[in-house]
Design a protein around this ligand. Sequence first.
Ligand SMILES: Nc1ncnc2c1ncn2[C@@H]1O[C@H](COP(=O)(O)OP(=O)(O)OP(=O)(O)O)[C@@H](O)[C@H]1O
Ligand SMILES: [Mg+2]
Length: 269
Amino acid sequence: MTTTAAPLLEVTGVTMRFGGLTAVNDVSLTVGEGEIIGLIGPNGAGKTTFFNCLTGLYVPTEGAVRYRDVVLPPKPHLVTQAGIARTFQNIRLFANMTVLENVLVGRHTRTKEGIFSAILRGPAYHRAEAESREKAMELLEFTGLAAKADHLARNLPYGEQRKLEIARALASEPGLLLLDEPTAGMNPQETRAAEELVFAIRDKGISILVIEHDMRFIFNLCDRTAVLVQGQKIVEGDRETVQNDERVITAYLGAPLEDSTPAAPEDTK
Ligand SMILES: Nc1ncnc2c1ncn2[C@@H]1O[C@H](COP(=O)(O)OP(=O)(O)OP(=O)(O)O)[C@@H](O)[C@H]1O
Ligand SMILES: [Mg+2]
């Protein structure tokens, strides 16, 4: 995979401290156009915190995040507008809204219709709404959820809720998608289908940065993988580089990487 001179995402020296705890310590990382990059590491290594620093949920103590060569302001809606979308380790859907409505919410950063037009509900509003619904349905087709468009999000099985999170993130028309444990709670068949979905997203021209504990998923998909341990990036490279690195093996307490089991979903992230 070739990368352009200026990477799509360029993270330099990001540090995040919470009081005395340094959750992310001087981490730099790039994602090029069309790349799928993995981020792995033991529980509590700082992976989700790193995502939160990229997406404006946290203001990093130090460091900068550039997207398309522009420094990102640490505000979630501005990050989304700039072209970065994400899913959450702890699924954040509107449980009592339909599947289609959840995707429509994801589109709002890309629709120009303002509040007055929505109140007046003139022709421009109806046109924009019809277009939004059409695009949202396309995304539901793409993620395999079209038949459930009218179901309430909370009634979807867990694996489909994860897919819906991805559909909603795609609705903001990102150039970069951040996935935080997209296969947590999925069975092996769903996990393999999720791999296909990630490749299909990349084939749409969207770059991907993905956190996962499932090593097979990571190494099947990723052009490069970075390993975080106690907030620090200890190694980055292809499958062989990562799997043979002594520090990685030690960090995983000597367990072969192939045998790592996916972590149970948690409620706090
Ligand atoms: N808002 C916060 N305030 C204080 N400490 C925090 C906060 N968010 C995260 N931490 C701490 O930062 C460390 C890294 O947590 P993080 O959730 O980023 O790990 P992770 O690599 O995503 O782990 P997991 O694989 O379990 O999801 C942990 O020690 C966590 O308790
Ligand atoms: Mg996490």
